[in-house]
Design a protein around this ligand. Sequence first.
Ligand code: PMP
Length: 410
Amino acid sequence: MKLNFWNVINVTVSRHPTKYLGEEYQRLVRENLNWEIKVLESASEPICIVNGKEVLMLCANNYLNLATHPKVVEATIEATRKYGAGAGSDRSISGNMIFHEELDRRLAKFKNAPASLTFQTGFMANEGLIPQLAGRGDLFVSDELNHGSIIDGVRLSRTDRAIFKHKDVEDLARVMEEAEKHDPPYNHIWILTDGVFSMDGDLAPLPEIARIGKEHGAGVYVDDAHGEGVLGEGGRGIVSHFHLRRDEVHVEMGTFSKAFGVIGGHITGGEDLRNFAYNKARTWLLSGAVPPGVAAACIAAIDVLEKEPQHVRRVWENRNYLLEALKDAGFDTGNTETPIIPVMCGKSKTARDLADFLWTKGIFVLPIFYPMVARDKARIRVQLCTKHTTEQLDRAIDAFEEGGRKLGII
Ligand code: PMP
């Protein structure tokens, strides 16, 4: 049929540009899978105001309470007063301020590594660097439970990909053997893993992964967003925790948004990695630099970690105390090895009901459900921090026990 003006305007179009957005949201609500976001009306502290209510915070990434550490807060105020609220540009253009360069250097020193490069967020570090590391004729091998930013980074590449079972070293070895049969042989292979898995709090078997990587000449990339500030000597992270060398783990990626208490992503490794990353990662090249006050706060946070080791010790004491009590009460806390404690609930509705019950008791926790975790593995994710007191933790334990019994979880 030849299209002319009249038969174009007479067509009844059944398509609607945005109706499906509302329909999809309603489906999420019906299936108990929608996010209910609350509003924090005070600083992120153990006791804070959320939605107008005073609650005990048990779901912040602020493991060492550095978000409100006086030295970190002072640094951000001072830098902002002198250098302004914004950097004025991307780092690649004219926004690369002395603070950014200093932060890169300080982080590399803290990590005992030749070089670091800081990004605007951890998500942007993964999403920007990973797709540049490999292309056609290369292979990414990824743990099945890796963070979404690794998954998206892999998806942005034109690289072949293979998944190994969570933390399963034998499965990884099998995948690598298979990869060796590829014809033509892969040019580059990268093994990608979280260091601490954010939904379970368990650790990657990094020494074994590094060994397998070495056997196959593969690069090893670890996302240590939840390990930094918590694991290793003085909170130096998972590479330090396992006493690994820089030629065994080639990219150590992390974030300033968790234990460091600020915001910003980073990668650490050799000089070649840094030079490569800032010339190739599009999120670094094509997006604004973090404000000077943010970079200055991150430098101050590193300073605090170097000078005040008590914060790291204390978060572990709190974690051990709460974990033992939850286990004694009969909760399934999975295989956690860190201050992230999953309290397994099964269905998403049960996790939500428990979170709602805890909320009525003045405890703020996060229910986690599909698609963040498998459908039948919904949970409450508890996160400890340095400033929680034993009395506060006792209050949380009583409330968990009461709610757990009420809902038939224990
Ligand atoms: N990796 C992991 C494992 C994470 O948990 C997160 C934060 N949720 C990120 C990366 C992203 O870090 P950022 O908050 O700095 O974007």
